[in-house]
Design a protein around this ligand. Structure first.
Ligand code: NAG
Ligand code: NAG
Length: 172
């Protein structure tokens, strides 16, 4: 009887130890569905996470995916100007600056990520969501051929922010 009690007690302890290990494993290895749970666009988010199983790699991949759109828009800023030639040149300037801001903030964010400075990364990602170009285009009623790309950029920055807030070290 005493031995039977002891055995069930050790089994109980073993079960606790096993569950602690399981919890530990799930805390260090996470998947897109938990990384993306704050994102409005879960499919896009999963694509941007690109198979990463920890927060650090996931946000790095997401920022890189966003940067490639920002860079493409920057390289097209001449094309933007051509397509809106009948509008004040200030729009071209605003759009160039807006894409530059987004690109700069993402680059600086990657530096903070590498340095482990999560709250500065959060600040830069918030600043990367720059809508000045879109605002100006819509103020002038311009149907820009790059409107879809700009929308894609904004969606991707929003996904980065959604992944950002899954970092348990950031309370802001
Ligand atoms: C992001 O891109 C940069 C430059 O191409 C690369 O060095 C870095 O490893 C990439 N980061 C991730 C997380 O893929
Ligand atoms: C930033 O977040 C990562 C991932 O959660 C964590 O490993 C790192 O310790 C955090 N940095 C600080 C300074 O809290």
């Amino acid at each position: 009887m005493a031995i039977g009690k002891f055995n069930s007690f050790s089994f109980f302890l073993l079960a606790i130890v096993a569950s602690i290990f399981t919890q530990h494993a799930s805390a260090t290895s996470i998947d897109a569905s938990s990384l993306c749970k704050s994102s409005k666009d879960k499919d896009l988010c999963a694509t941007m996470v690109n198979g990463a199983t920890n927060w650090h790699d996931a946000i790095g991949n997401a920022i890189n995916a966003t940067l490639s759109v920002a860079n493409e828009l920057q390289s097209k800023s001449g094309f933007v100007a051509a397509s809106i030639a009948n509008l004040p040149p200030s729009i071209k300037e605003t759009c160039k600056e807006s894409f530059q801001t987004t690109s700069d903030m993402l680059h600086e964010g990657l530096e903070h990520l590498a340095a482990g400075d999560n709250s500065s990364l959060h600040t830069k990602l918030s600043a990367a969501l720059d809508t000045e170009c879109t605002d100006e285009l819509s103020d002038h009623g311009v149907a820009s051929p790059i409107a879809n790309m700009i929308e894609d950029l904004h969606k991707k920055v929003s996904v980065c922010l959604a992944i950002m807030i899954q970092n348990e070290n950031v309370t802001a």
